[in-house]
Design a protein. Structure first.
Length: 445
């Protein structure tokens, strides 16, 4: 892959439409690029939890081990400036996709072995690093490969295919693993075959992108930027982030808004899978894939769309408290599920869908607040730093969640989760006072 690009790009060539270059066709690569961005994240955050539960790990081990996998997304702002320094974003995309495919194949290979926990965790770490780096390159490439008008047009498309990756990963792949478990009676083999399938899919995506991704003239490595200058600029940007007004309240919101959800998400799937004797609902793997991965994600999508429409009409401040309540109050449904242990899978599906609908509705507040605090100089970098603290707010509380659940039992644990939602609601009330009534409202000309 040649890096001999023109140093003075003209608009037609900036989108890769020069002699010997394939025409610029965003529909050929944006859907697959953002599907490829979403799938490994789902594999690390959700499939790993279900996999280890089916392989017999305790909830304490599952929550601790998988929470650490958030770390690459937490610290990715630390190495994101250096992606510009080494190779092109196109190179980073295809290389990280190949790395992700290799890590999926590694997980598939090691699942049936005696030391599967250590080996598969190492592969999940590799996948998490590759996925976090892929996010940096893909989001940067999106801005380089499209005109401003195209960026606006395709933002909904990219988000849709990212969510479709969630449905595919949490739903279809989990159902596939469940079907293989039932038909073959061998749980490790079923999950090994599922991850081999994922690896093959990612190899195909990698090869596809090597041919169809455009070659923007602006996508060049930047040798004029030294590592020392990048580091100096990054330190100055980081320091300016910590000089923002109301920094204490900002961190209070970032670290507590999802305090309850950060623990619930680690235990929800194990709760659905655990036997009734252990306090769970005793569902099979395929049912969990359908309930949590398909119906749940669809409800989450609806919640996000509705909240975005309401905020664009009335502004962020008006809907901040309702969104905080929506993301937190439905956690009470898990208390009821743990106490009542309903026999009907449809009742369980309804409760999960309502909780995910509230989560999708309420998470919009987090995204908008990150945009709000990033306003000003270094907007892009400050937004990236904010997302790092967002990931930290999920990682740290999730670590002891399994131990707390096994100590308390499911019913008491879910009560604890509901108590942990209170700080986030208080933070929303305090933040609401700072936000102007017009922020987030669509401006009508």
């Amino acid at each position: 892959m040649s890096n001999n690009k023109k140093q003075t790009p003209t608009p037609p060539l900036s989108l890769g439409e020069g002699p010997g270059v394939r025409p610029h066709k965003p529909w050929l690569w944006i859907p697959t690029l953002y599907f490829a961005e979403g799938l490994p994240y789902v594999a690390v955050m959700t499939l790993a939890v279900i996999l280890y539960k089916r392989l017999g790990l305790s909830n304490t081990e599952i929550a601790l081990y998988t929470s650490w996998l958030y770390l690459p997304w937490t610290i990715k702002p630390l190495w994101s400036p250096f992606v510009d320094l080494i190779k092109t974003k196109r190179w980073w995309i295809t290389t990280m996709q190949a790395l992700i495919a290799a890590s999926m194949a590694g997980i598939a290979f090691f699942i049936p072995t005696d030391h599967y926990v250590q080996a598969t965790l190492a592969c999940f770490w590799l996948m998490a690093f590759g996925s976090a780096t892929h996010d940096i390159a893909a989001d940067g490439f999106y801005m380089l490969g499209l005109t401003t008008g195209e960026q606006s047009f395709f933002v909904g498309i990219r988000n849709t295919f990212y969510r479709l990756a969630n449905i595919f990963g949490q739903g279809i792949l989990v159902m596939l693993a469940g079907w293989l478990e039932t038909s073959g009676g061998n749980i490790p083999l079923a999950w090994s075959l599922t991850f081999y399938f994922m690896a093959g899919l990612f190899i195909a995506i990698t090869l596809y992108h090597r041919f169809v991704l455009p070659r923007p003239d602006t996508d060049v490595r930047r040798p004029e930027l030294s590592a020392g200058k990048l580091l100096k600029d990054f330190v100055q940007t980081f320091v300016s982030f910590f000089r923002k007004k109301h920094i204490g309240l900002m961190f209070f919101f970032l670290l507590t808004y999802r305090l309850g959800e950060s623990q619930l998400v680690k235990i929800a799937s194990p709760f659905l899978l655990d036997s009734r004797e252990a306090g769970g609902l005793g569902l099979d793997t395929a049912s969990v894939g359908m309930i949590y991965g398909t119906l749940g994600v669809a409800a989450l999508l609806v919640g996000g769309i509705v909240s975005g429409l309401l905020v664009s009409r009335h502004g962020f401040r008006r809907w901040l408290l309702p969104m905080a309540l929506a993301i937190n109050l439905p956690d009470l449904l898990y208390v009821w599920l743990a106490v009542a242990t309903p026999d009907s899978a449809w009742v369980t599906a309804l409760c999960v869908a309502v909780e995910q609908l509230g989560y999708g509705f309420g998470f919009t507040a987090y995204t908008l607040y990150l945009i709000y605090i990033a306003e000003g100089e270094h907007k892009t970098a400050h937004y990236a730093i904010g997302t790092g603290f967002m990931a930290l707010g999920m990682m740290l509380p999730g670590m002891p969640a399994g131990w707390l659940q096994e100590t308390m039992g499911y019913s008491t644990f879910f009560v604890w989760v509901c108590l942990c939602t209170v700080p986030g609601i208080v933070a929303a009330l305090l933040v609401r006072k700072q936000i102007g009534p017009e922020f987030g409202k669509r401006q009508v000309s």
